[in-house]
Design a protein around this ligand. Structure first.
Ligand code: RIB
Ligand code: CA
Length: 317
C-alpha cells in the first residue's frame, strides 16, 4: 500500500479554499492524506484573516489540529488586492463566524515550508491555492528547497481559457506574477491546475441543493458559505453555480488519474501592458525552445467524478 501524501497547504482562505480544507479534513479522517500544516497568504483576503478562517473551518470539521502560519501580506513587486466581491469582506461569504478557539503560530509561513521540508526531505507535497508569494519566499530562503519537496501542486493560470481577473490572467498568478515565475523556474516537479481544468467543474443548483438538504452541521456550514460565492458566480456562469477551483487541485494529489495533462515549460508574463500575470507556454510543436523543466498542466478532468467525490466529502462529517 502506498503511503498517504503528506500535504502542506498554502492558501488564501477564501470560499473555495475553505471547501478544500473540508475536503482535506475528510481525507485525513479517512486516512487518505496527512495534513502537516497550513500557511496563509494575501489574495482573497489578508493572511491573518485567512489564518483565522482556516482555524474556523478546521474546527468546524472537528480537526485535524495542525499549525496554521500567517504568511506574506503583500506581493513581491506590486500593490496588494483582495477579492471581496467573490469571497466577502470576511473571506467566508460575509457569514461573520465567531472567533476560532485556536490561534495562528508565530512562525512565518515561508519559514514553516523550509523547516518542514528540511525535517522530512522528499516527503512533503506543497499544495498552493493562493498567490505564490510564500513559495517564492521559501525558494529565496533556501536554495536547496526544490530537492527536498516531493511535488508542488498549484491552482492557477489560464492557457486556452480566458482570465478571471484580467482578460488573460488568472487571479492567483496575477496577484504575484514575480513569485509565480520563481516557482515555475525552480527545478521541482509541478502540477499546475489552471482555469482550463477548473472552470468546467462548476457545480450548479442541483449539487448545491443536495449539500444544503443533507442537514449535518458541516454540510450546512459549507452550504451557507457557498451562498455568497454562488451569487457572485451567477453572471459569469449565466446560471446559479460555483467553481470550486482549489478542491480540484487537492483531489488530483490523491487521484492524479482524474486529470488529463500536457507537459510544457511555463512562464509568467511580467512586463505586458495588457497581459501582466498571464501564464504562457509554447504551444508549437515540441521540443519547446525553453530549458525550463516542463510543468504537468491539467487540461481537463473527470468532472462528474470530481463533483460527486467533493459532495460526498462535504457530507461525510
Ligand atoms: O482563480 C481562482 C483562484 O482565485 C482560487 O484559488 C480562488 O480561491 C481565488 O483565490
Ligand atoms: Ca484560493
Amino acid at each position: 500500500m502506498t503511503k498517504p501524501p503528506k500535504i502542506l497547504y498554502d492558501c488564501d482562505t477564501g470560499i473555495d479554499d475553505a471547501m478544500t480544507l473540508l475536503y482535506l479534513a475528510s481525507l485525513v479522517q479517512a486516512g487518505e492524506a496527512e495534513l502537516a500544516a497550513v500557511g496563509t497568504v494575501h489574495g482573497n483576503i489578508d493572511p491573518m484573516t485567512g489564518a483565522l478562517n482556516t482555524l474556523r473551518v478546521l474546527e468546524a470539521a472537528g480537526g485535524p489540529v495542525v499549525p496554521v502560519a500567517v504568511g506574506a501580506a503583500r506581493p513581491m513587486a506590486q500593490d496588494v488586492h483582495y477579492a471581496v466581491d467573490w469571497h466577502g469582506t470576511d473571506g467566508l461569504g460575509d457569514t461573520r463566524l465567531p472567533e476560532p478557539a485556536g490561534r495562528p503560530t508565530a512562525e512565518p509561513a515561508a519559514a514553516q515550508i523550509v523547516r518542514l521540508a528540511r525535517a522530512t526531505p522528499g516527503e512533503l507535497t506543497l499544495l498552493a491555492t493562493g498567490p505564490l508569494t510564500n513559495l517564492g519566499a521559501a525558494l529565496l530562503l533556501d536554495g536547496e528547497l526544490p530537492s527536498l519537496i516531493r511535488e508542488v501542486v498549484v491552482m492557477g493560470g489560464a492557457f486556452d481559457h480566458p482570465g478571471n481577473i484580467t482578460t488573460h490572467a488568472e487571479a492567483n498568478i496575477w496577484h504575484d506574477p514575480e513569485a509565480a515565475d520563481l516557482v515555475f523556474a525552480a527545478d521541482w516537479p509541478i502540477v499546475l491546475v489552471p482555469l482550463d481544468a477548473t472552470h468546467p467543474t462548476a457545480v450548479h443548483d442541483d449539487w448545491l441543493d443536495r449539500l444544503a438538504a443533507h442537514g449535518t452541521p458541516v454540510s450546512r456550514f459549507a452550504a451557507d458559505i457557498l451562498e455568497f460565492y454562488a451569487d457572485a458566480y451567477t453572471p459569469t456562469l449565466k446560471r446559479r453555480g460555483a467553481v470550486i477551483h482549489d478542491a480540484l487541485a487537492a483531489m488530483l494529489i490523491v487521484d492524479p488519474e482524474l486529470g488529463e495533462y500536457a507537459h510544457r515549460p511555463v512562464r509568467v508574463e511580467l512586463r505586458g501592458e495588457l497581459t501582466r500575470g498571464t501564464t504562457v507556454w509554447d504551444a508549437r510543436s515540441l521540443p519547446a525552445d525553453d530549458a525550463r523543466r516542463p510543468v504537468k498542466v491539467a487540461v481537463g478532468s473527470d468532472v462528474a467524478e470530481f463533483q460527486e467525490r467533493l459532495l460526498s466529502a462535504l457530507m461525510a462529517f
